[in-house]
Design a protein around this ligand. Sequence first.
Ligand SMILES: [Zn+2]
Ligand SMILES: [Zn+2]
Length: 261
Amino acid sequence: MPDLPLLNITEDHHVHTRYCNHAVGEMEEYVLAAIAKGLRSLTFLEHLECGLSYSPQIWLTPELFQRYFEEGEQLREKYRGQITVRLGAEIGYTPGAVDKLLAMLDAFPFAHRGLSCHFFFDGKEHLNMLSRRTDHIQKIEEFGSEPILDAYFRNLIQGCQDIPCDKLCHLDAALRHNAPVLTAHHHALIKELFAVMLEKDIALEVNTSGYELRPQPYPALPLIHQARQLGIPLIIGSDAHRPEQVGRYFERVQAELGQQA
Ligand SMILES: [Zn+2]
Ligand SMILES: [Zn+2]
């Protein structure tokens, strides 16, 4: 196994804020929660999406990103010396919206960039592949999870090539409420994705929100081990959508990965 740094559980690289309309809590409450847990750094990674036919809006507009950066910069100063606060984006890849995404990445000083893909276009509308919405779970069932996952992994492969990013978020969380089994074909696409990540120096996020739904993080432990063996760096994120979720299950995932502190 390559000599990689251990998963550093004193940093949370993925939290949201009330600005995205589906998380709760002020930015400062997330910072205070991170300090209370003894974390050394906290990275806000707010939702950036472009080109979607979807409502309600569950991502930040340019106006909201403006406020996010103003508030985040103030907190960075206020808590300097206690914790490092970082400001970034979770960039949702949508084919056809690359120019718009790149323009947003140019417009704001995103220091950290996670890539993900949340939506599938069924020909009429964008279906949210990660939502608890029963209407979307139903439509996904009707469309079939196999072609949706095929498009999902291909989008991530293309996204890593089109979008400058430093980590890939919650790799196998798509269709999490439909709970499909990954096929050999999907695993082949993941191998292809890992090769691109290695080439582009993109880390794999170990997203501990997975434990809320199943006894595994996102991605599942065998995929994390596979990435590690290839030499892909690992980075941890709670994907907190409430302040009390900051740093959730960090000790658990570290223990399960068989690592020493
Ligand atoms: Zn979210
Ligand atoms: Zn996400």
